[in-house]
Design a protein around this ligand. Structure first.
Ligand SMILES: *Cc1c(COP(=O)(O)O)cnc(C)c1O
Length: 358
């Protein structure tokens, strides 16, 4: 069976050897040694100003909204995972959708500007499949209208834009280290900001607001990463460059084998980007064609994923307006299997099945 993804797991002995430090001290959470080590290693590797490791990639979005004290309307993308929108509603703000660009699948700055009014306080944009948003145009809008920018960079671990880590953009960036993501800690995530004062606020919020064992700086929640999660991250991180190189090879092979077909559309990656090959999305001519391909792959025990589907504006509790491009792409997009252990033969086999159906 071939699934859309498979978690990268080194030899279990490597995980055990790293975890031993916390195990021997019987200190398994609350900002243990391994969490601090993981933060330092990520910070150094990607030249990042600040990082706070968290227990998943959803709480950081909620914490960012809280720390920036956002109210009213937040403009966001309909083409993302549900967490990008639900965090807005969860924090009692109103998600307002702006449609995406047809070639990059990222939120369109022109559509954002059309939705800005005096209730708008922020933009939450996703770097879809690790492809950076139009960061420069979004920064200009934020400045012009005095609103904040949060990037959901859940897919973008390892990506750089104009020689900076993608996490250095926006007031706050968040990442997910979920088992299905390109770098993982089982469950996990992180908060990033270049603003040291804001980093302090985010830090308090992620640890109940604790300011010492008996004092509280303000309201908080529990989003701490555990030592078990950090041990997983420290086990996987040394392999990260190898993981990317392998994925790049498989991604290019998929592309070469499929690029001649005029029915298929590929994601356009922004210029000045070092990409991480997090996904291999493929857009078909019609939803009917997608179903044909998906069924044929499923019959061969191959399970791509409709991702992202459905378009978030169609989810009843989010009460979105019609988003033509996002709805159209959502109905026609499949992410093909892409992971470290996938073989070149399997990629060839998958593309043969795809090509037979279109
Ligand atoms: C995975 C994902 C999240 C949520 O991350 P978790 O770690 O699963 O909580 C948020 N946004 C996007 C775009 C994601 O893909």
């Amino acid at each position: 069976m071939i699934n859309v993804t498979k978690s990268f797991l080194p030899d279990q002995a490597e995980y055990n050897a790293i975890l031993k430090l916390s195990w021997d001290k019987a200190w398994v959470t609350n900002r243990g040694e391994l969490v601090k080590q993981l933060e330092e290693k990520i910070k150094t590797k990607f030249k990042i100003t600040n990082i706070i490791a968290t227990t998943n990639g959803t709480l950081p979005l909620q914490i960012a909204i809280k720390a920036l004290d956002l109210k009213g309307e937040i403009i966001t993308t309909p083409f993302s995972y549900i967490a990008t929108s639900s965090c807005i509603a969860w924090e009692s703000c109103t998600p307002v959708f702006a449609d995406i660009e047809v070639d990059t699948f990222n939120i369109d700055p022109l559509q954002i500007e059309a939705k800005i009014n005096d209730k708008t306080t922020a933009i939450i944009a996703t770097h879809v499949f690790g492809n950076p948003c139009n960061i420069d145009a979004i920064a200009q809008l934020a400045k012009k209208y005095n609103i904040k920018v949060i990037y959901d960079a859940a897919h973008a671990f390892g990506v750089t834009y104009k020689d900076n880590s993608i996490f250095e953009y926006g007031e706050v960036s968040t990442c997910s280290f979920h088992a299905t993501k390109i770098f993982h800690t089982g469950e996990g995530g992180a908060l990033f900001t270049k603003d040291n004062a804001l980093n302090d606020k985010l830090y308090y919020h992620h640890n109940f607001g604790h300011d010492g064992p008996e004092h509280f700086h303000g309201i908080g929640i529990n989003a701490k990463m555990s030592e078990f999660q950090a041990a997983m991250g420290l086990t996987v991180l040394p392999y990260f460059d190898k993981i990317i190189a392998r994925r790049e090879l498989l991604y290019r092979l998929y592309y070469d084998l499929l690029k001649e077909n005029e029915d298929l559309q590929f994601q356009k990656i922004l210029d000045n980007t070092v990409y991480n090959y997090a996904y291999f999305p493929l857009v078909f001519k019609s939803e009917e064609q997608l179903h044909k391909v998906k069924n044929a792959l499923n019959e061969n025990q191959i399970f791509p994923r409709r991702y992202f589907y459905p378009s978030l504006n169609t989810i009843p509790y989010l009460k979105g307006e019609l988003m033509e491009i996002s709805e159209s792409i959502s109905k026609r997009i499949l992410c093909l299997p892409l992971y470290y252990d996938l073989t070149e033969e399997e990629v060839k086999h998958i593309t043969q099945i795809v090509k037979k159906q279109i």
